[in-house]
Design a protein around this ligand. Structure first.
Ligand code: FES
Ligand SMILES: [Fe+2]
Length: 362
């Protein structure tokens, strides 16, 4: 069974990673992919492998909207068809490269690597907060050594903020034990996992201006929405202690999208729309990106690499992991992924670990 869901949209790149001139190479779902933009700025994606002797096309030359292989000079158009062979009047019919449907949306370039007939742009998850210029949206990319589902596990279980990230973004917790009054609830609705965490009476994180005056305790909520295979939105809000939650006025909305590079290495695309530090220009933006990237590279990345090493290529449920109450969202996501993978493989869903979507036993 493929370790990847194929018939779905994945983020291939942030919009600013693929420029007008250069050829951009990235491994996605264990396949080499070439990305570039046509003269009109339209993104193009195709297999980064010449059908002749398998050279990387990304090491070739841009000729207008086409790509010329560096090895023996076959030339391919944005649709992957060979437009010119130096050796024949008409290029052979078999001289074609697989091209992939791509859509640029919400500051991200999305790719469909499954059956192209099913590539419906309406299925792209909504990250429209990244289109709201008043929230000065940012996007960035990092990679980590771990299976893509470890990214889901990591982001769907945020108590790790208080342990792994104590010196960076998690340092505001007053006590390393349970916070009195903290609530957490996860559920499946319309094919998505929703979870809400409510933490009353805490003080401001050192990094964020959440709209409550500094020094004043506040109640914080975080709504997480997950949609397969690995798209998450965090909506975070805060109000002075005891005030009614203003759920339509978050101080920060984050996007988290994971795309497999291989079975044991993954791309992590992140987006941030915020009400704080919006007027500092590109310098502040760059500092924020470096801050978040640094946290991931120094704190999350290494521990996921350790987890990957410990798990090898085993399925999480086959290792009989201990399940804690706050794992509910991550477990629901795992079950839905397992079901999608099984459906794609044309197999019956395995009994173990994936039965009973909608409930988590701890
Ligand atoms: S390998 Fe590309 S033309 Fe020969
Ligand atoms: Fe983290």
């Amino acid at each position: 069974m493929s370790p990847f869901i194929l018939n779905t949209w994945y983020v291939a790149a942030c919009d600013d990673e693929v420029g007008e001139e250069a050829l951009f190479a990235r491994r996605l779902l264990d396949q080499p992919v070439l990305l570039y933009r046509t003269g009109h700025g339209e993104p193009v994606a195709m297999l980064d492998r010449c059908p002749h002797r398998f050279a990387y096309l990304s090491k070739g030359r841009r000729i207008g909207d086409e790509v010329e292989c560096l090895y023996h000079g076959l030339r391919f158009g944005p649709d992957g068809l060979c437009t010119r062979s130096p050796y024949q009047k008409t290029p052979p019919a078999r001289a074609r490269v697989r091209s992939f449907p791509v859509v640029e949306r919400h500051r991200l370039i999305w790719i469909w690597m499954g059956d192209p007939e099913r590539a419906d742009p309406a299925l792209i998850p909504d990250h429209s907060h990244l289109d709201d210029e008043s929230l000065r949206p940012l996007v960035w990319h990092v990679a980590f050594d771990g299976n893509w589902q470890l990214g889901n596990d990591n982001l769907m279980e945020l108590t790790h903020l208080f342990w792994l990230h104590t010196s960076t973004i998690g340092g505001w917790k007053p006590d390393a034990g349970a916070t009195p009054g903290e609530t957490y609830h996860a559920r499946v609705e319309e094919g998505r996992v929703h979870s809400r965490t409510f933490v009353p009476n805490i003080t401001r994180p050192p990094v964020f201006d959440n709209g409550v005056p500094a020094g004043q305790p506040f109640d914080q909520w975080n709504d997480t929405e997950w949609v397969a295979p690995a798209n998450m939105t965090f909506t975070m809000g805060a109000v002075p202690v005891g005030a009614p939650a203003v759920t339509n006025r978050p101080y920060m909305v984050q996007s988290h999208c994971i795309t497999p590079e291989t079975a044991t290495r993954s791309h992590y695309f992140s987006g941030l729309a915020r009400i704080f530090q919006r007027d500092g220009g590109p310098e502040v933006d760059a500092r924020l990106i470096a801050f978040f990237k640094g946290i991931f590279e120094r704190e999350d990345g290494p521990i996921m690499a350790d987890v990957q090493e410990q798990m090898g290529d085993a399925d999480l449920f086959d290792l009989d992991p201990l399940i804690l109450p706050r794992d509910a969202g991550a477990i629901l996501a795992r079950r839905m992924v397992a079901q999608r993978l099984a459906e794609e493989a044309g197999a019956e869903a395995k009994e173990k670990g994936i039965a009973g979507i909608g409930e988590v036993q701890v």
